[in-house]
Design a protein around this ligand. Structure first.
Ligand code: KIV
Ligand code: ZN
Length: 565
């Protein structure tokens, strides 16, 4: 980069439109969409699509609900010519879909283009010619009158040649190419001249398309240009005003949205923003932005993952994992505070209420994404994410303090590996750490006797140092009785500081899960978790597991006592 960019680059001269109306417009309906994936998008590929690939993409676009599809540039490419022929001859175009083809304003090219469409029920013939100063001066070495004449002459040829194929219902689209950098009054002059020749009517409109062939300025500037044209074009009631934003400054989506606010009726773009250089405007983001505001876009991206796969296979281009609404990671939270908020939001979100889950602009289920992908755990994650995955994946509903305790266990593992931990690993870790802690006491069986005096006698058989022993105790309830029995065995008071339980799964496989927070002497509490078909047994197992964890992990003295028997 140079130190004085002003010596090399000029600021874009915005047009004057002090009474602009677009900032006050609220979008309340979708524009007409035109997918140019098979033309502009295809022209930008390293390996352009074959006829078969184009057919696959076309049928997918139809399935998504696109009603206008630019299918190629038949005068420039034999593949495109053949593809248009196949679409027509194999009767692949649904009655409510109109195909569009592009041509330059040359007689032979228009003739070849019209020929490609022979037999089509309906078609949009799209002619363009560059009109901006750089093109006039450098590329065509002509003046304003010269480029205007190209547009007029081309339109006359289109009119004459299409009239000779009356079996097709023809629509005409004209693009003053490089509109974004052309003098605005001149753009209007050329478009008016073209309109005067074509003579559209309110019942049979023509399309005037205003391409930001190269995105030159901030989106508000493009919106001003579009509003100016919207207000000044002749025969506005006979024109469908279309925009075609490219993304050179990375603001094509905003430019398209503001352009529609400024009066555009139609938007041309590509899926995932494919297209020359930095691409055309991304139709998926545009449509989903509307959807997230409660406006149905009229196209359907429910099968987002399949659409992404189709796109990647047909274009050989990867979709960025953070691509809005569609990327692999866009509904995923790694950070602990985000996970916590999402988990709480999902828990209270009701199916028939407005969507209000923190950090998720739309419900991932609307684009067929499961909630599994919403929360992923790495060293940045906290208790919310860990317990959410454990609940989704293994059905455990941890009490809050256990969530905190277990998330530290998970964090330690992910910190030392430096990697993400998936739901399977989290469930295994939980099982090992809290449920299958079979030493020094391994549960083998129990017998609980409820005495009339409201005292309970417990007989718990455990495997201890390779031997089968019986722990006997008496207490206010089964857990209290077992705690007393263990207290006696380890020589320290064991009490139950907290207890939670819930059922898991339905039918004959139903089990109970118990979470016991155990306090041994004056030491900090530890958790144990038990699972069994019998609720009392699951509680006893949880207590033993808590004691085992305490002995194994925290207190060498007790370990010695226990070892001494
Ligand atoms: O970007 C552009 O100007 C074009 C035209 C052909 C409409 O693609
Ligand atoms: Zn383009």
């Amino acid at each position: 980069m140079i130190s004085q960019p002003a010596q090399k680059y000029r600021r874009f001269d915005a047009i004057q439109l002090p009474d602009r109306q677009w900032p006050n417009v609220v979008l309340d309906k979708a524009p007409i969409w035109m997918s140019t994936d098979l033309r502009d998008g295809n022209q930008a590929l390293i390996d352009p699509m074959s006829v078969d690939t184009k057919m696959r993409f076309f049928l997918a676009l139809v399935d998504m609900g696109f009603k206008e599809i630019e299918v190629g540039f038949p005068s420039a490419s034999e593949t495109d010519f053949n593809f248009v022929r196949r679409l027509i001859e194999e009767n692949r175009i649904p009655d409510d879909v109109t195909i569009e083809v592009l041509t330059q304003a040359r007689e032979d090219l228009i003739a070849r283009t019209v020929e490609s469409l022979k037999g089509a029920k309906r078609a949009i013939l799209h002619m363009y010619n560059p009109i901006a100063p750089a093109f006039r001066e450098i590329v065509y070495r002509t003046d304003k009158a010269g480029v205007k004449e190209i547009a007029e002459r081309g339109t006359r040829w289109v009119k004459e040649m299409t009239a000779k194929q009356p079996e097709t219902e023809w629509f005409y689209q004209y693009s003053p190419e490089t509109f974004s950098s052309a003098e605005i009054e001149f753009a209007k002059e050329v478009c008016d001249a073209v309109t005067a020749i074509w003579q559209p009517t309110p019942d049979h409109k023509m399309i005037i398309n205003l391409p930001a062939t190269v995105e030159m300025a901030t989106p508000n500037t493009y919106a001003d240009q579009v509003e100016w044209m919207h207000r000044h074009l002749n025969n506005r009631d006979s024109i469908i005003l279309s925009v075609h934003p490219h993304n050179d400054r990375g603001t094509a989506v905003a430019a398209a949205e503001l352009a529609v606010m400024a009066g555009a009726d139609r938007v041309e773009g590509c899926l995932f923003g494919n297209g020359e250089r930095t691409g055309n405007v991304d139709l998926i983001t545009l449509a989903m932005n509307l959807y997230s505001q409660g406006i149905h876009p009229g196209v359907d991206f429910t099968q987002m993952d399949q659409i992404r796969q189709l796109f990647e296979e047909t274009t050989q281009l990867p979709v960025h994992p953070r691509h809005p609404y569609a990327g692999e990671l866009v509904f995923t939270a790694f950070s602990g505070s985000h996970q916590d908020a999402i988990k709480k939001g999902l828990a209270v979100q009701k199916a028939d209420d407005y969507w209000q889950v923190p950090y998720l602009p739309i419900d991932p289920a609307d684009v067929n994404r499961s909630y599994d992908a919403v929360v992923r755990v790495n060293s940045q994650s906290g208790k919310g994410g860990v317990s959410f995955l454990l609940q989704q994946h293994a059905g455990f509903e941890l009490p809050r303090r256990l969530q905190i305790e277990f998330s530290k266990v998970v964090q330690k593992v992910s910190d030392s590996s430096g990697r993400e931990i998936n739901a399977d690993n989290i469930a295994t870790l939980f099982d090992k750490e809290y449920v299958q802690v079979n030493s020094p006491y391994q549960y083998m069986g129990s017998h609980i006797v409820d005495e009339e005096s409201h005292q309970v006698l417990s007989h718990v058989v455990v495997k201890y140092q390779q031997q089968r022993i019986e722990l006997k105790g008496q207490g206010n309830g089964p857990l209290d009785a077992v705690a007393k029995a263990i207290s006696e065995h380890i020589g320290e008071t064991v009490t139950v500081a907290d207890y939670h339980e819930h059922g898991m799964s339905a039918g004959s496989d139903a089990t109970a899960v118990s979470y016991v927070e155990v306090k041994v002497g004056e030491h900090a509490t530890v958790f144990g978790v038990g699972q069994d078909q019998n609720i009392t047994t699951s509680a006893i197992k949880a207590l033993l597991n808590g004691v085992n964890r305490f002995i194994n992990g925290t207190n060498p003295e007790i370990v010695e006592n226990v070892a001494a028997g």
